[in-house]
Design a protein around this ligand. Structure first.
Ligand code: CP
Ligand code: NVA
Length: 303
């Protein structure tokens, strides 16, 4: 795997290897004398900090750039940005609005035979580094056991998509509850069903019933701000609160990629409850980035 644009760029076995490498003590400094370019078209707290920390821990230097100073497709094309960054950096992490931008960047790097791998740090379509951290978190609580049920309540968005693909790939059961107009498309639902056991509904209580993991994310993602008022109305009744958690399994955990919008997709008491593992999840962002860089550098766990 040269580029990491969606979680299914890794097979089930490879995901397990990345997770194993994420917890390796004294990992080799595979990035020593290397730099990693990190470009952000949208704000970030966890992704930027976890990536920068992981690069440093592996001996490398992260070079972060934010929206205005790069101007992808404004100051110059995404292709020219990618080819330029590839001449300095071993990896290029990018947080972009359109997923197609990442595909163009990867193609541009490949077209000049450069080695730099493109890593998706969130696009409108996918958030695979988040999904790795989510799987690491679920694994630390339950193990990635066949039949474990993960309920996603809210918008069928980038985070929901990568989480669903990742969980299904690992043999977990997934139930997604969104208002009907925010469901994944029919062709996508069909494709997800081909990976594993996933169900779709418009009833949060039904989706959360007996779940081991209840996961939510914002109703209005970055780039959708003009829809905010409409979405607040459409998602009424989809808040993960104590009533909804009562439908889940007795030992259920609550997950959220963060940032959280208190009182919208999640209530403060649930976010702060003993069931909430959101801070562990946030820290796992850094551990899995280390695991991912190790894996992409050809390191494999000792069997
Ligand atoms: N979960 C996540 O990606 O957080 P940031 O947007 O703060 O990076
Ligand atoms: N779905 C959210 C995730 C933020 C980490 C967004 O795209 O804004």
């Amino acid at each position: 795997m040269k580029h990491f644009l969606e979680i299914d760029d890794l097979s089930r076995e490879e995901i397990l290897e990345v997770l194993e490498l994420s917890s390796a003590a004294s990992p080799p400094k595979v990035l020593s004398d290397s730099t990693v370019g990190l470009v952000f078209e949208k704000p970030s707290l966890r992704t930027r900090n976890s990536c920068e920390s992981a690069v440093f821990q592996l001996g490398g230097l992260p070079v972060s750039m934010v929206a205005g100073e790069v101007g992808i497709d404004q100051r110059e094309s995404a292709e020219d940005v990618a080819r330029t960054l590839a001449s300095y950096h071993q990896y290029i992490g990018a947080r972009v609005f359109a997923h197609s931008t990442l595909i163009r960047m990867a193609a541009a790097v490949d077209s000049i035979g450069a080695d730099a791998g493109i890593i998706n740090l969130l696009s409108d379509r996918a958030h695979p580094c988040q999904a790795l951290a989510d799987l690491a978190t679920i694994r630390s609580h339950f193990g990635l056991k066949d039949g474990l049920k993960v309920a996603f309540i809210g918008d069928s968005n980038n985070v929901a998509r990568s989480l669903s693909i990742g969980c299904l790939t690992m043999g977990l059961e997934v139930s997604v509850a969104s208002p009907k107009r925010y469901w994944f498309s029919e062709s996508e639902r069909r494709a997800l069903k081909e990976i594993g056991n996933i169900s779709f509904s418009s009833d949060p209580a039904e989706a959360a019933s007996g779940a081991d993991v209840v996961y939510t994310d914002v109703w209005t993602s970055m780039g959708q701000e003009v829809e905010r008022e409409e979405r607040l109305q459409d998602f009424h009744g989809f808040t993960v609160d104590a009533n909804l958690m009562a439908c889940a399994g007795d030992d259920a955990i609550v997950m959220h990629c963060l940032p959280a919008h208190e009182g919208e997709e999640i209530s403060r008491d649930v976010l702060e409850s003993p069931a909430s593992v959101v801070w562990e999840q946030a820290q796992n962002r850094m551990h899995v980035m280390r695991g991912l860089f190790l894996f992409m550098n050809g390191v494999r766990p000792r069997s």
